[in-house]
Design a protein around this ligand. Sequence first.
Ligand SMILES: [Zn+2]
Length: 286
Amino acid sequence: MLTTGKTILDVANEHNFAVPAFNISDYSMFNGIVDVSEEMNAPLIVGIHPDEVRHVRSEMITAVTQRAHRSPVPIAIHWDHGANYEQVLTAIRIGFTSVMIDGSMLPLEDNIALSRKVVQTAHAVGLSVEAELGTIGATDGEAEEGSEAIVYTNPEDALTFVRETGVDSLAIAIGTYHGIYPANLKPELKLDLLKEIKEKVHLPLVLHGGSNNPDEEIAYAARSGINKINISSDIKVAYFMKMREVLADTKLREPLTIQPPCIEAMKAVAAHKIELFDTVGKASLY
Ligand SMILES: [Zn+2]
């Protein structure tokens, strides 16, 4: 069933697991992600970035929400990295059930003011809100927004932020980057910082840039206060690696012959994440 981010994440918070937010910008890939979530009886957050909405066009969101309505597992449609208040209004209008407002590059006071305004509007129409505090790195030009250097989330600021904004979940910076890490960059999560932040704020915490981190660290984070993990690069890499292989047969031209093996490759990676985050079977909790 179609539901809000808050409904999904509050249960994950209570039961100590994380829900994957898979970034989608292709209808066949979307169906593959819903299929694997249903096969594993796992709740799902479909993350769609404003740039991805521009690519797929807003009419696709209608189809996405209809599939979610019919699904036996809870699904939220989440606007990933809203850049400003006006974008959030677009998300509300076209059918999202959850929005992120990313004021993380602003000074704390401005981030609070913007996030609070978004919360007031989104809550008035039943959507939940994720905000971000601290900055996540970016590895390359294909990655989403991010800065070269990470600014770790300060636990005291996190408490102030949550109290003053009323957000439903908070994305924190504890050492991840958007994109795929180059060979010379060794990602390392500050798991003690995660613990400190969680003890202060108690609400569902979000990890961006969750692709490509060591499995043990991610699995630990998913059981220690992180309740949503954004996965974009990992599933797309799996899909297109397979597509390069399939397209070696230059006689192929039909999407319905080319795409299915690519979707299977993507589903295998998604299934691994669902297991890693301890999300298997958790749809029964809703
Ligand atoms: Zn992100």
